[in-house]
Design a protein around this ligand. Structure first.
Ligand code: MG
Length: 495
């Protein structure tokens, strides 16, 4: 796999960077799960020192990376991947001065605190100056990173390697009119209900835990050997190594599908982390290809598998045996409960069909604001306009609107599009997996290993050997093509 001497040297020296990343991951997992709240300050200090250490160790690889670049022509795919990923990391540290990174992290911390209160009070005015400052700094960052066409491109590329506004513009140009058409049809025919009485039914937490454990069994997770599940407010997945991947889930006490699908979503991320080739362990390419590709894996398990009719059939007997309140429901009822379709204000509550409207709105706003076309004071009114145009509804308060997401308070501009990329890639996987296996039958017979093998071979095993678009072209012959997502949704919702 790795033969080039310079690359082998690089991988050896990278171990220090890897070890710091490993330690930070354990600290963050502990912070989100078991740490008592008063540990917060010490943990923040430790984390920021570790981040500096990581930066210093990465920069110390510069000379070797330069050497490897000269040997580029003789490198194999994995070796090229190592070089590409390290160059990207170095590039950021070299272009963006430490003062700007520090200013950003300070402003972020302040803005986030103000945002928490502003969201509760629905008070955009108090958050406004902080958001203005953050946007100014992000523009400065974009200038330092550099771009060809649009300043937003610089930020998009940081989040999703190779992604440009041109990609997102053409994705949404195709997606939005089609989603509007499908949604109108679903609402007219009322095939998929807006509400379900099970949404308000309470569950016993211990029973829900046992449901989630059954889900882990169905998904054949290597529980207690290379994987574990804990609890946190916001579910997430983290990998300390390729043989120690953790997820968390949540228990809100009612509407049991939320906990079940959070578990499935995180399992999708975890399966990715567990199926990267063991040869890549401790190297710069042992992580996933990108946030968007990672999200495609979580959403494939959550939506394409988990919210399918066949999966409902598979889990219904198990669910009925555990939840006594499901006595009068059959698999078909549960399928519709898992797939309610409604136009809503809050992104994280959105269903599969309306979710991408929420991302389109944020994408367009981020692009305009980074491009200097609109000012921060105009955001609430632009938000309302875009909601009306896309979903036909207007939020009554800023808490339900522009203040709802944590992302902007953390300076996370350029991050939202990865969610839509995940859905678009799922359409492509759905199109391709059916050429090799009978997907409904595979789900119905709980032969999940087959699905995992397909995803492992096409995507997981490579880690980040290839940049996202190159990976897709290599495996599926095209990069982001939203047509398949439209076809998938069309077949599911109005087929
Ligand atoms: Mg996710």
């Amino acid at each position: 796999m790795f033969q080039n001497k310079t690359i082998l040297d690089l991988i050896q020296r990278y171990r220090l960077v890897w070890a710091v990343g490993h330690a930070s991951a354990v600290l963050n997992w502990d912070f989100e799960t078991y740490m008592p709240p008063e540990g917060t300050r010490a943990r923040a200090i430790a984390n920021s020192e570790l981040a500096l250490l990581r930066q210093r160790f990465t920069l110390s690889l510069k000379e070797l990376v330069g050497q490897a670049e000269k040997e580029d022509a003789s490198l194999n795919e994995e070796e090229k991947g190592v070089l590409r990923v390290l160059k990207r990391q170095l590039d950021y540290y070299e272009k963006v001065p430490p003062e700007l990174i520090e200013k950003l992290s300070k402003t972020r911390a302040e803005a986030n605190q103000v945002w928490r209160i502003a969201r509760k009070k629905s008070d955009f005015q108090s958050f406004k100056p902080h958001l203005e400052k953050l946007i100014e700094l992000k523009r400065e960052e974009a200038e330092k990173i550099g771009y060809e066409k649009h300043p937003y491109d610089a930020l998009l590329d940081r989040n999703e390697e190779g992604l440009r506004t041109d990609d997102m513009d053409s994705i949404f140009e195709k997606l939005i009119p089609n989603l509007k058409r499908i949604l109108a049809k679903v609402q007219k025919e009322r095939t998929y209900p807006k509400r379900h009485e099970l949404e308000s039914v309470k569950y016993d937490k211990r029973v829900m835990e046992s449901v989630n454990n059954s889900i882990l069994n169905i998904l054949d997770m290597p529980n207690e050997t290379r994987f574990r599940m804990d609890i946190s407010t916001h579910p997430f997945t983290t990998g300390f190594s390729l043989n120690d991947v953790r997820i968390t889930t949540r228990y809100e006490g009612k509407d049991f599908r939320a906990s079940m699908f959070a578990t499935m979503h995180e399992c999708g991320h975890a399966i990715y982390g567990l199926q990267v080739s063991q040869d890549l362990e401790y190297t710069p390419i042992s992580g996933g290809a990108s946030g968007g590709i990672h999200e495609s894996q979580s959403r494939f398990i959550e939506n394409v598998v988990g919210r399918s009719r066949d999966f409902s059939k598979v889990v219904t007997p198990m669910l009925k045996s555990k939840f006594k309140f499901l006595k009068k429901y059959d698999a078909e009822d549960l399928y519709y409960y898992f797939n309610l379709v409604r136009r809503s204000f809050i992104r994280v509550d959105a269903d599969e069909l309306t979710y991408n409207f929420h991302i389109a709105i944020r994408y367009q706003i981020e692009k305009q604001i980074l491009g200097g076309e609109v000012s921060v004071s105009e955001l609430p009114s632009i938000w309302s306009e875009k909601f009306k145009d896309n979903l036909g509804i207007v939020p009554k308060t800023d808490s339900q609107g522009v203040l709802q997401d944590i992302h902007w308070s953390g300076g996370g501009f350029g991050g939202f599009p990865s969610y839509t990329i995940g859905n678009v890639v799922d359409g492509m996987i759905w199109n391709n997996i059916r050429k090799e296996i009978d997907l409904p039958k595979t789900i119905r017979t709980k032969d999940i290993k087959k699905i995992k093998a397909f995803l492992g071979n096409k995507i997981h095993k490579w880690g980040s050997t290839f940049a996202p678009k190159d990976l897709l072209r290599k495996e599926f012959g095209e990069s982001y093509n939203p047509d398949w997502l439209v076809q998938y949704l069309e077949q599911k919702y109005v087929g």
